[in-house]
Design a protein around this ligand. Sequence first.
Ligand code: NAD
Ligand code: MG
Length: 407
Amino acid sequence: MSAVPLRNDQPAINGPRAITVLGATGSIGDSTMDLLRLAPERYQVEALTAHSNVEGLAKLAREFNARFAAIADPARLGELKEALSGTGIACGAGESAIIEAAARPADWLMAAVSGAAGLKPALAAVDRGTTVALANKECLVCAGDFFMQRAVDAGARILPADSEHNALFQALSSGNRAELTRVIITASGGPFRTWAAADIEQATLEQALKHPNWSMGQKITIDSASMMNKGLEVIEAAYLFALSPDQIDVLVHPQSIVHGLVEFSDRSVVAQLGSPDMRIPIAHCLGWPDRIVGPSTRLDLAKIGQLTFEAPDFERFPGLRLAFEALRTGQGATTVFNAANEIAVAAFVGKKIRFGAIARLVEATLEQWVRAGNLAPLTSADDAIAVDHNARNLAASLLPQIAAKAS
Ligand code: NAD
Ligand code: MG
């Protein structure tokens, strides 16, 4: 059995479904809570988590009468307790509380923490056999096959919530596994799609945060501008659907209407389309294996008029090339790719490096990692967590020289 399920292997659930949202105060969290609001009688919110936004978390916990609320920042426990006083909602703080939230009994859990910090909590949910809607791609890229293997071992279902992967998930049901020849994930191209390399090099934080189509959290918005996000998604697709790098193509599609396409052996190509609104793929995960009524704008292709496509440019967007290389290298390279990118994005946000240096830091970290003979098959998710830790240290140690070097 694959951890990404076939359409008809979901047991019926009687009564309200117990729902947990990790990263409830973020952009995906927000879209998820919006969907729960449409039919509150169908859901009992078990647990909600956030990093440091006590006010936002407490507001949601009160509104949905959650059983448990967890804040990652341990210094905020007092504030959270106060904000929830008189409600009877239990709460906790620190990484252990986030893991506790994830491990509580839930029928469906949204994994929407940003970054590999979401890995341990997502694994805690997987180990309980929970159905996990996975938005948090970095945690999958970090742990790779081991995340999917843990899901298979525990009988957990992984429902792809990332729009491209959700599109593939939907399109895949048109054929069987042996008939699949290729998948194509689309990319908007981000705000720098038409920019010259020299201008991309100097792009400011403000420019990187202006995504043309999607409204998202800060980290993924910067990843979209560098196309590191598409690189992470190529790796995500490989692990989710057990594909080789040669079976995955990227297509730039500036309108973000066609999200993913699956090619079968007879050369039929099946695609999923929809407005660029994350509530569509999240609604698919929430309703799965049925469909719920969604609040998103109906697709009006006549109004949109034109859908255009172009090949990605691996020169101006080296992050995409590096992702394919890391995937081909294996042996922990994708874990290093993700860790170095997280360090690079934080350094760019902190104005320590230029935009163009993000990919250079990732490349230098991967090169140094390989040169030091650190490549080794990962044997467990704990192995991946150790590689993540060491790769972050390596990337941080390379930062000063990358920051000092001109392009
Ligand atoms: P966001 O920054 O808006 O929200 C992140 C959430 O995680 C917040 O609730 C934050 O409080 C919490 N969080 C952050 N760091 C944490 C930590 N160390 N421990 C515990 N909680 C922490 O991000 P987002 O845009 O909602 O993205 C979340 C995930 O979903 C990312 O992995 C992203 O790549 C993926 N994703 C997002 C979109 C989108 O449209 N926003 C689309 C596809 C996939
Ligand atoms: Mg995506």
